[in-house]
Design a protein around this ligand. Structure first.
Ligand code: GLV
Length: 329
């Protein structure tokens, strides 16, 4: 790549090879720390930039997008892009990209880890051993729930949902799914997955794993009514987005044990967690790290950099979310 004058803003620390890659061809304004920029700081810092490599903690709502001058691309370092108003960006002619595929298996591994940890009470067991209270073996010490041969309900049978279902198959689980659209027949056949209504999935599943994107239609997709439909022995896993679940309703259900347990990687107002969840033993909590393997986070950084570089070099960014803006000459 030949150096060009275009300026790129990287809003937050990413893996160094991605920064180097961009610096080899562009002028880069790198916010090389983890605090992120306030909306005011972001507004000031984007001035004069042609590309922004951003993260899920940066909010590009319609007002922020309307204030952008000369920005050609928002390259999000995440597969989810609910932090960006893509319709507003499209109206302004700004390309938006994400980092799909690379994190599919990594995220599915973590969803399954949460499922297993919640079912077999691994975090409680670890704390118990550490506490020094383990003095004898008893028949029902830290008994949990079996995973093999149970029913796994997947909401959203996209890339990550399918990868979680594949793991379930390996455990001999029966797979149910619900999605706005039926998956292609070959996908259903490969996963031995049956499409069911939302209500049926909630009522029949021993484990419910969420893999829907956060949209206006999926905000509080799981609330008090949905939790009430679940089995008292059921376990909910959320590695999608926090606001997909009504966190207060979930905390209430876990406290009253109307469902057995939950494994959560995402929260409604990260990094805040509903205080009740912090006091409960039947929930495993993680700080939004489902895609956090070294390999994947490195690759996500590079993908976002490659998307930004492509747009500034006149090439179609590989992971374009608003392809209607890409008009072939
Ligand atoms: C992480 O949550 C992502 O969307 O990549």
């Amino acid at each position: 790549m030949r150096p060009v004058a275009a300026q790129i803003l990287i809003t937050k620390r990413i893996y160094p090879e991605a920064v180097q890659f961009l610096r080899s061809a562009f002028e880069v304004d790198y916010v090389d720390h983890d605090d992120g920029l306030t909306p005011e700081q972001l507004r000031a810092r984007v001035r004069g930039k042609a590309a922004i490599v951003c993260q899920l903690t940066d909010r590009f709502d319609a007002a922020m997008i309307d204030s952008l001058e000369g920005v050609r691309i928002l390259a999000n370092v995440a597969v989810g892009y609910d932090n960006i108003d893509v319709a507003a960006a499209t109206r302004r002619g700004i390309l938006v990209t994400n980092t799909p595929d690379v994190l599919t298996e990594t995220t599915a591994d973590f969803a399954f880890a949460l499922l297993m940890a919640a079912a077999r009470r691994i975090v409680e067991a670890h704390a118990f051993v550490h506490s020094g209270e383990w003095r004898r073996w008893t028949i029902d010490l830290l008994v949990g729930y079996d995973i093999f041969n149970k029913t796994l309900g997947v909401f959203g049978l996209g890339r990550i949902g399918q990868a979680v279902a594949r793991r379930g198959l390996g455990f001999g689980m029966k797979i149910l799914y619900h999605d706005l659209r039926r998956a292609p027949e070959e996908v259903e056949a490969a996963l031995n997955a049956r499409w069911v209504s939302k209500e049926e999935l909630l009522a029949e599943s021993d484990f419910v794993s969420l893999h829907v994107p956060l949209t206006a239609g999926t905000r509080h997709f799981i609330g008090a009514a949905e939790l009430a439909r679940m089995k008292p022995t059921a376990i909910l896993v959320n590695t999608a987005r926090g606001p997909v679940v009504d966190e207060a309703a979930l905390a209430e259900a876990l406290e009253r044990k109307t469902i057995a347990a939950a494994g959560l990687d995402v929260f409604e107002a990260e990094p805040k967690v509903h205080p009740k969840l912090l006091d409960l033993n039947n929930v495993v909590l993680a700080p939004h790290i489902a895609s956090a393997s070294v390999e994947t986070r490195r690759r996500m950084s590079m993908m976002a950099a490659e998307n930004a570089a492509a747009a500034l070099s006149g090439r179609r960014p590989p992971n374009l979310l608003n392809p209607e803006l890409w008009i072939q000459p």
